[in-house]
Design a protein around this ligand. Sequence first.
Ligand code: GLU
Length: 513
Amino acid sequence: MKENIRVRFAPSPTGPLHIGGVRTALYNYLFAKGHGGTFILRIEDTDQNRYVEGAEDYIIEALKWLNLVPGEGVGFGGDLGPYRQSERKDMYAEYALRLVDAGHAYYAFDSDEDLKAIRAEYESRKETFKYDSTTRGEMNNSLNMPEEDWRALVQTDISYVIRLKVPEDEDIIFQDMVRGEVKFNSSQLDDKVLLKADGMPTYHMANIVDDHLMQISHVIRGEEWLPSTPTHVLLYRFLGWEDSMPAFCHLPLILKPTGKGKLSKRDGAKFGFPVFPLDWRDESTGDNYMGFREQGFTPEAVVNFLALLGWSPSDDQEIMSLDELVERFDASRINKAGARFDYDKAKWFNQQYISQTPDIELAPVVKDVLASNGYTADIGFAEKYAGLFKERVEFIAEFKYAGYYFFEDVKSYDEKNVRKRWKADNVSHFLSLKEMISGISDFSPAVIEGAIKEFMTENGLSFGVIFPILRIALTGSMSGPSVFEILSLMGKDKAVDRLATSFSHFDKLVEND
Ligand code: GLU
């Protein structure tokens, strides 16, 4: 293992961060923290045509929400910056020129029209044009002209790019932490543009220069970058940096829930679940994309769920905090095969996290959620309310409806069960039960429980007679938290009023039958 572990998450601000990107950030974070290393955020914004306003802020906000806070990077300081590539744009030309001087790159003067024409010509023969060792001899570039000519030409205002001169028929071999040895033949590659006509570097050039200058030890990124890696290896080699080249680790794809094909940003709308960490509105199309945060996921659940999309610990433990993940994450256990996105599993994690959070921690969140529905609760009430419902919700937002009957009249009753159970010979028992309840002085769940049980014994009544009706009268339905807890939290006056209202409603219901 290299001594100084430095990894980077290098998103391009071309839109909101897809959940696959978040997983890449997470694995980088886990790897860095697990080895006492540094997690760096680098913004790769050299493609100005694809730049999207707000995307960078979105990325930073998402990382902060998930507690994946970079140690260096845009917005986080550090000694090897700037960390935004557009602010480094003057640094790259030097390296491209160094490659030209060493004979590993060349100037290409082909106009857009020329390139279009040659591509069309190839297409008409059902072939694809590739700018490479087999075609570069026919093109308008510095390899095909005397040195004084191209040196003179680049001094004029003619437009040109610098391309990598990829050697012919050479095996390029590198180690990948997930895939082991990976081999490409250089003939599969094209002579990638390194420096564009506007003087900006391409992704390949900027990425390699920055990884080198930022002393990146491990490149952990999505599998879609695997085919670019041989080009990167050549760049390291030709720049004389192969000895300090980072190790590569290409993460498996995240697949659609069906297991067929890569999960795309459109799948969110299609399947009805979020594929982004935070809500996002695409200003150019007016499309809205939903985020895990706004859907009511806790950041801990999202992190836990994503960590297991492509990796698992040796004992298959599922619930792990960020700290535990840092401790247990082992890159050698990353899967090669794509990981199927299972939204039900994400919800399960969320439910687990909510139910495991202490009531006192949930209290302020629940208080706010209730307030958003116009329900005023003090923090003590919110804490108890959280305790009553936390096993029953998958999302924080569900707290606002789960116990609405504490704040409003019952909206609808389970009439079928009322009809079945509101029997003439029981009604008087329910009325005296209400009276008895109104006489309990310590309205704690345990005392209420004792009193009701005593009442049942004295009157020879079973649970099956008492509880369904009591529950429906208080809440409208037969399911929910403990009746004693509900009564206690509702408070005596309100509970007794509720019973009175509901019982007279039941009377009318049965009368009208
Ligand atoms: N800017 C690239 C992206 O958007 C980074 C790929 C890499 O990590 O090398 O994913």
